[in-house]
Design a protein around this ligand. Structure first.
Ligand SMILES: [Zn+2]
Length: 180
């Protein structure tokens, strides 16, 4: 099944609008960045990722959330363990997922990247449903944004080495890229 994109929104995604975005400096969308996230770390299926990206994280809910207070971050997409696709920001807008980053000598990857978060950790294998949804989504994005070529699909750890480790050893790059 192909996903439908209109104005940067995937029709089949659950919308969860984030205020954490702004305009891309130009219209270029030419990089896909794969991340992982879990809140609290290693816990799945909870509402806290949505809350974080919406700017309303209940920082009292877990001791580890204290460090996240006031943090303004987002991604375009989240794929949960059960394969659910959530969209926070239009692909045509700049989401705030990469931070200080560099791809092929060019800094500030948020300017031209789409960010996809996989609910997970660097060490726990991602689910079959997540791979299936990620592959489906990536194919649709590559069709809508043809500047996203196979060699312009990367991990957060590759554009922010020494600072970020996601999506981690648990992500099977070979499997993912072979399926595209
Ligand atoms: Zn990341």
């Amino acid at each position: 099944m192909a996903l439908n994109l209109f104005n940067g929104w995937v029709e089949q995604a659950r919308l969860c609008l984030s205020p954490h975005f702004n305009q891309r400096p130009d219209k270029e969308v030419s990089l896909l960045v794969i991340h992982n996230i879990s809140l609290p770390a290693g816990c799945f299926g909870l509402p806290y990722i949505d809350q974080l990206f919406q700017g309303c994280l209940d920082v009292e809910a877990d001791e580890s959330f204290k460090d996240l207070q006031g943090l303004e971050v987002s991604a375009h997409f989240l794929i949960r363990r059960d394969g659910e696709l959530v969209q926070y920001v239009s692909c045509n807008e700049r989401a705030w997922h990469a931070g200080v980053s560099d791809f092929d000598g060019r800094i500030g990857c948020n300017d031209f990247a789409i960010g996809i978060e996989l609910e997970g950790t660097d060490l726990v294998a991602y689910s079959e449903l997540q791979y299936a949804k990620l592959i489906e989504l990536t194919k649709s994005l590559m069709t809508s944004y043809p500047d996203i070529t196979l060699d312009r699909i990367t991990g957060h750890s590759d554009i922010a080495p020494g600072r970020k480790t996601d999506p981690g050893d648990s992500f099977d790059w070979q499997r993912f890229k072979k399926a595209l």
